[in-house]
Ligand binder design. Structure first.
Ligand code: DAH
Length: 327
């Protein structure tokens, strides 16, 4: 019986060496190692032997089975590897630099945020850092601390969205001036961007829009510094062009001016500015005899419309992809 087993094992080894596909390998495996296979049958016959024979022959059969099992497994891996190699050499080499079949749609930045990013970049270069404040404000920060008395027309409930007095949606970014001054000691040089709200709606007004606010406070600040910053900002945004300062009025600055820039054949208003009113410095806890400063404010949408030639302000908020995709 031992000879039989050696013979079976040699025979299986021989057959195995000439197999080169998985189907044939499976067939052989069943023939030798399957439930009714030659080796399994030999193992079953062991029960008819004497205990001594069973021990001796059993060891030989088990060894043959283990050996064949590992040979079958090795062969299986061999065949798989060479199948893969064949497959790889048959197919065309893969060009990973070819464009994909479907273009992944790329997002783009909203024109309002492009302008914000650009202005932040411009002003940071000359020392401004970014400050923020809440959109839900109080009458105190939005008006009172900005020297805007109760009687002022801007405080008309018709113009401002009140949550419930004294809580309101800020109508400009100027309250950030006060919040910043209350939080840090001078010198202050900040710029702030954000949403503001007013009860207004037509092709140049939307109930929500964006503003930018700048503030510089120190011991020796003049109107000339303000003009220099305005010149610089507008030149960086729109290229070299003339600007002019038109006397104006804001409760929180004295003197106050509106800034116009040359546009086609005329002038276009682009923001308000002025020297910070002593009452504002005082409300923020700064000594107005020692400190002075300038402030400026601009509408972001206005600048985006000019830069990108958009003529209806409302189109900036409709989020129509056909419009936004142009940026
Ligand atoms: N807050 C003003 C507005 O909403 C704009 C403004 C004017 C801001 C003059 C300023 C400033 O900081 O100095 O119309």
């Amino acid at each position: 019986m031992i000879d039989d087993i050696q013979r079976i094992r040699d025979e299986a080894r021989n057959k195995l060496s000439s197999v080169d596909d998985l189907t044939e390998l499976d067939r052989l495996r069943v023939q030798y190692l399957g439930k009714k296979g030659v080796v399994t049958t030999a193992l079953k016959q062991l029960k008819d032997l004497t205990p001594e024979q069973r021990k001796e022959i059993g060891a030989v059969v088990n060894e043959a089975r283990d050996e064949l099992e590992s040979r079958f497994e090795m062969k299986r891996l061999d065949i798989k590897r060479s199948d893969l190699e064949k497959e790889l050499s048959r197919t065309e080499p893969l060009d990973v630099t070819l464009p994909g079949q479907y273009a992944v749609p790329a997002g783009s930045q909203h024109p309002v945020h492009r302008v914000i990013d650009e202005m932040v970049g411009i002003l940071r270069k000359v020392g401004f850092s970014i400050a923020t404040g809440p959109e839900i404000e109080t009458e105190y920060y939005n008006f009172e601390a900005l020297n805007t008395p109760d009687s002022h027309p801007a405080r008309d409930v018709q113009d401002t969205f009140y949550v419930q007095s004294p809580v309101l949606l800020r109508s400009h970014t100027s309250p950030v001036q006060v919040r910043t001054m209350k939080a840090i000691d001078p010198p202050v040089q900040i710029v702030s961007f954000g949403r503001v709200y007013r009860a207004d709606y037509d092709h140049t007004h939307t109930p929500m829009f964006h503003q930018m606010e700048g503030l510089l406070v120190d011991e020796d600040v003049s109107l000339a510094d303000l003009k220099g910053v305005m010149h610089y900002l507008i030149r960086e945004l729109f290229g070299k062009r003339a600007i002019r300062f038109r006397p104006s009025f804001f409760p929180f600055t004295e003197p106050s001016a509106e800034v116009d820039m040359q546009w086609n054949d005329g002038w276009l208003e682009i923001g308000g500015c002025g020297m910070v009113h002593p009452n504002v410095l005082e409300a923020a806890g700064y000594n107005p005899d020692r400190y002075m400063g300038f402030a400026f404010g601009m509408g972001i949408e206005r600048i985006a419309m000019l830069k990108y030639g958009i003529d209806d302000l409302r189109s900036l908020f409709e989020n129509d992809y056909r419009m936004l995709e142009q940026f």
